[in-house]
Ligand binder design. Structure first.
Ligand code: ZN
Ligand code: ZN
Length: 431
């Protein structure tokens, strides 16, 4: 971070910006291919996604911020100077971090040399080593999770949910830091305890589509105690939702309201030791946004948690069939060893739709591939409807959505009709 103030990134391409000359102007990093747009500097704290790269090797998915010596590199060419202000906080990818932990700085240099594409000359290695050493020789202990990296999606299955939840709770209880901008530093133990108590929900593909569509039109709604399907809970959508690419959310009852946290998946594309360490130390999810909502506090349609609230509402309006998921045997055994009750995961699917049986007889909500991806929910709108004791309360209900498929695929109107009608006595609940 530069001494002049908060680090800036470009609002257009989300790349952290360098400074040029004195007084400084903000420029794109020289190595970055842009479409020629002018940088639009905004403080990084205003962005949920930042296109940062590993300051050691250039990898596009950094995971840890490390603190060390203050490093400024100055490149001079053709009379102008480019100040690359690495500062005293560096981003590290999982692979570099693993190598550094193992005392293998040489392997970090290998990665950097490969990225630069300058060829493996002793002089190149020497310069990079000097630069890294200036930082590493003054490194302080501790590390902070980078929560703004937009990782490719990791597919999470219902059976893994207890393990994912437990690892996340473990991370909250651990020593690794989270960015202060999330505002949950003081609440970590409370969030971990909430996760231990939480009901777990896995949202199938169709219900995820429906929830995302409904979220885009969500009216302002007060969030009360009776809205979520459980006091404390965690849900995983079968794919990332909204432009923020959120895959999971948790909520914790805090007595005076709820702490909501939204998560992205991390670690896609890693393998070997780097992946193993990441799963062990962090898990599958990184918190990207958090909000504490006092009881009956209203949220608006544009709120980052709109997809979570839309999912709650759709469950509350009984648009969902909720059934148990099969849990991996190893997870059940792990729970038994530590005297915990076997975990329960509830699968949420659109009411009236049959789970697709797979070859081994298990049910896979949403089915496998094929036309599934190309159908989506259209139309639909929210309307305030009475509910609660003597129907004195009002709550938005999502009316009239329907599922559209490709021209050659049948439009399954029956799905919509059944969802909106009262439950029909069919043989749908076999699973
Ligand atoms: Zn830009
Ligand atoms: Zn790296």
């Amino acid at each position: 971070m530069s001494a002049a103030g908060e680090e800036m990134a470009c609002q257009t391409c989300l790349a952290p910006l360098n400074t040029l000359g004195m007084p400084p102007t903000y420029v794109h990093p020289a190595h970055l291919d842009t479409d020629g747009h002018h940088p639009v500097p905004v403080p990084v704290s205003q962005l949920h996604t930042i296109r940062r790269s590993c300051d050691f090797c250039g990898d596009p998915y950094p995971i840890w911020t490390l603190r060390g010596g203050d490093v400024t590199a100055i490149a001079i060419s053709a009379g102008s100077s480019l100040v690359q202000d690495f500062g005293h906080t560096w981003a590290a990818c999982a692979a570099c971090h693993t190598h550094l932990d193992d005392g293998r700085h040489d392997l970090v240099i290998d990665r950097a040399v490969r990225t630069l594409g300058l060829g493996d000359h002793p002089q190149v290695r020497e310069r990079i080593t000097e630069l890294h050493r200036a930082f590493l020789d003054s490194r302080s202990p501790g590390r902070t999770l980078i929560t703004t990296t937009s990782w490719p999606a990791t597919t999470l299955t219902p059976g893994e949910l207890p393990k994912i939840r437990d690892r996340l709770a473990h991370f909250y209880r651990g020593e690794d830091h989270l960015p202060a901008t999330l505002g949950i530093t003081q609440a970590r133990d409370e969030i971990a305890a909430g996760l231990d108590r939480s009901h777990l929900y896995w949202i199938d593909t169709d219900f995820t589509d429906l929830a995302e569509h409904a979220a885009s039109q969500l009216p302002d709604i007060p969030i009360g105690r009776d809205l979520p399907p459980a006091t404390d809970g965690m849900i995983i959508w079968s794919r990332p939702v909204t432009h923020q690419n959120i895959t999971a959310a948790s909520w914790t009852d805090t007595g005076d309201g709820r702490q909501l946290i939204l998560y992205r998946t991390i670690g896609a594309g890693l393998d070997g030791k780097a992946l193993q360490r990441l799963r062990e130390h962090v898990g599958w999810l990184a918190p990207t946004d958090a909000a504490h909502l006092p009881e009956q506090h209203p949220i608006t349609g544009g709120h980052p948690a709109a997809a979570l609230v839309a999912t709650w509402l759709l469950i509350a309006q009984k648009a969902a069939d909720i059934g148990p998921a099969r849990i991996d045997k190893t997870i059940v055994k792990t729970y038994a060893r530590t005297n915990r009750r076997p975990p329960e995961v509830r699968i949420v699917r659109v009411r009236g739709r049959r789970p697709t049986p797979t070859h081994d007889g298990r049910t896979t909500p949403g089915g496998e591939g094929g036309t599934q991806d190309s159908r989506f929910w259209v139309s639909g709108h929210w309307r305030n409807q009475p509910h609660g004791p003597r129907r004195a309360l009002r709550r938005p209900v999502y009316i009239n959505p329907f599922l559209r498929g490709p021209d050659d695929a049948p439009i399954r109107l029956s799905t919509t009709v059944r969802m909106l009608s009262s439950r029909q006595p069919t043989s749908e609940n076999r699973g």
